[in-house]
Write a protein that binds this ligand. Sequence first.
Ligand code: ADP
Ligand code: MG
Length: 158
Amino acid sequence: MTTYSQYIADENSMCQFGAKLVQAICNIQNNETVVLYLNGELGAGKTTLSRGIIQSLGHQGNVKSPTYTLVEEYHLPQKQVYHFDLYRLSDPEELEFIGIRDYFKANSLCLIEWAEKGQGLLAEADLLINIEYADFARNIQLVATTQLGEKILQNLTA
Ligand code: ADP
Ligand code: MG
């Protein structure tokens, strides 16, 4: 299992890291769906990183937290992005109602906050992204959990 860690000084650096991660993902020339689980306490920066990712793929507007809607969709030139926040999910069956399986189809990028709440109903992660507080900054750790995740980390460090 390959891991990659980086110190993230501030919010802006977190967005920049999102852009770098997008490059590593888009350098892979296939249409495989990429699934990222974003882990960390409230306020760690999961949504901030998601914003960096989504805006670097060409989204111009806001990135709102999908806390109440469960999922926000972004149809961008290179990828369909589905940004989930399952914090308020009380019954995993709700995921069946929104047709969760359809979100993991070809050429999508799925960003999932609070994935543990949807255990058993989500696609496996390619990368686990763990964000921890380091005083006012953050440490981010990426853990590859599939071959595809390994390739992304290789691109990130190349
Ligand atoms: P989460 O989605 O994990 O609950 P958010 O991304 O919504 O967290 O909020 C993170 C908050 O922390 C934002 O207010 C952001 O400005 C702040 N912040 C401070 N330092 C950082 C950093 N290094 N990386 C990301 N966010 C940071
Ligand atoms: Mg969030």
